[in-house]
Design a protein around this ligand. Structure first.
Ligand SMILES: NC(=O)c1ccc[n+]([C@@H]2O[C@H](COP(=O)([O-])OP(=O)(O)OC[C@H]3O[C@@H](n4cnc5c(N)ncnc54)[C@H](OP(=O)(O)O)[C@@H]3O)[C@@H](O)[C@H]2O)c1
Length: 248
């Protein structure tokens, strides 16, 4: 099938071409500049070149996002533009990459992701809303950013279940070949860990000497993460652990 991946230059998007091609699909990777092999241009924030990018798409893997910029413009309004641009007669499956806990964790970016899910549910398109946990290399990035010299502060008691991005890409290629679920399905890594566990493992491998300090986070956001809102309750699991990622 003709598969259009939005967010084709992203952490996940870059990994999707291989497994999708191995499953026999023709893959195009959309981004704002459309660079690289299979690259096509399309801007969700403005709608520019979206019609061209979506022409002929039988499957869309929607993995574009703008967490650092304006997710209401890119993720929510952009998803609405995407829905308007798809060819409804051709489209067989739209897989949206969301995040476990977007319905429960009171965080602005997650609210936008949840709103984008609602746009897709209301669209009448054949969708699967795939909520995934944090990618291992995204965890690395967060910990590296959080470190202040020898001190590595992490939220006390937060539970996470990170996943290998390559396994997510393979899982998405599998999901593409299944009938659309019409709702939410979850996918996460193999281990339910505390943020402090992760940070200690990361520090030992990547920042020897850094001292992990678990810090209480008051309020509803902290409570949701402590309650396990970011940990999947169902769905399939990857097998690669965070430790294997650090030492692999
Ligand atoms: N990172 C995680 O741990 C994680 C965990 C669970 C779920 N997710 C979800 O998985 C998806 C992929 O995450 P990621 O970490 O791979 O994202 P990422 O590395 O931040 O990549 C974002 C992608 O979106 C594209 N993009 C941004 N603004 C755009 C616009 N206006 N029009 C078109 N494309 C635009 C970027 O392309 P250009 O900038 O090149 O145009 C890039 O390809 C996201 O929806 C995210 O919410 C991520």
């Amino acid at each position: 099938m003709d598969v259009l991946v939005t967010g084709g230059t992203g952490r996940l998007g870059q990994r999707l071409a291989g497994p999708l091609q191995q499953a026999g699909h023709a893959v195009r990777l959309m981004s704002r500049r459309g660079t690289g092999p299979g690259g096509v241009r399309g801007d969700l924030a403005t709608g520019q070149d979206l019609d061209l990018a979506l022409a002929g798409a039988e499957v869309v893997v929607h993995a574009a996002s703008d967490p650092q910029g304006d997710p209401w413009q890119v993720d929510v309004a952009g998803t609405r533009r995407l829905v308007q641009a798809v060819d409804r007669d051709l489209l067989r499956h739209l897989v949206y990459v969301s995040i476990v806990g977007v319905d429960r964790i009171p965080y602005g970016y997650y609210r936008a992701k949840f709103a984008a899910e609602q746009v897709l549910l209301a669209s009448g398109l054949p969708v699967t809303l795939l909520r995934v946990t944090q990618f291992h290399d995204f965890v690395d990035f967060l910990l590296d950013t959080a470190r202040r010299g020898p001190v590595l502060p992490v939220p006390m008691g937060w539970r996470v279940q990170p996943v290998d991005v390559g396994e997510v890409a393979q899982h998405i290629a599998d999901v593409v070949g299944r009938p659309p679920s019409g709702g939410v399905v979850e996918y996460g890594g193999p281990e339910d860990l505390s943020a402090a566990d992760l940070a200690r493992a990361w520090a030992a491998a990547r920042a020897p000497g850094a001292h992990v300090v678990a810090t209480p986070v008051p309020g509803k956001l902290g409570a949701a993460f402590r309650d396990g809102a970011a940990v999947p309750s169902g769905g399939e699991r990857g097998t690669r652990t965070y430790g294997q990622h650090l030492h692999g």
